[in-house]
Ligand binder design. Sequence first.
Ligand SMILES: [Zn+2]
Length: 197
Amino acid sequence: MVTCGLRLRWRGMPIIDRFWSYVDITGGPDACWPWTAGTDKDGYGKFQHGGKGEQLHVRAHRFALEITTGKTGATGMHWKCDNPPCCNPTHLRWSTQTENRADCTAKGRDAKGDRSGKRTHPESVPRGSAHPAALLTVPEVAAFLHVPTSWVYDHVRPGCSNPLPVIKIGKYLRFQMSDLAVYIDSLATNARRNKDL
Ligand SMILES: [Zn+2]
């Protein structure tokens, strides 16, 4: 019996019994067995355990699979029903990360655009020329903006109407990625404004 490091009893009730008391199995063996207690923001059941003052949660479907398969620590879960609160172990199985990714893509749930991890967690993007704090050289800026290097030099000269946000480190010209992003945004906004006029 796998207990996931949990105490076996909770207020006198075996933890496993308490767990199943929150699962609606009235639909029968083939139906989805929804979690009836609290869920997290993604709709997954949250099973709270631990003693007084302890706030310990496990995802309910994961716990259901752990106690029925006797396995823990597998990389992912695979739903046959794609129903986050479902705790019917026959609708669940452990899966590999590759499987999860493939499943996600097939169902069109890959986060793109503003929902992508790069936007929601920019700190997760590895440091490199794309990092907001990265300093770019003139050739790198030219490549990034798809313009000739002469254009970059023109746009750091005093008196230029659209000057690039340049940082001088000694005699070297450097450009911070985050400044460039703001610069591109302002150009795009101006372009839109001009079109609207
Ligand atoms: Zn189900």
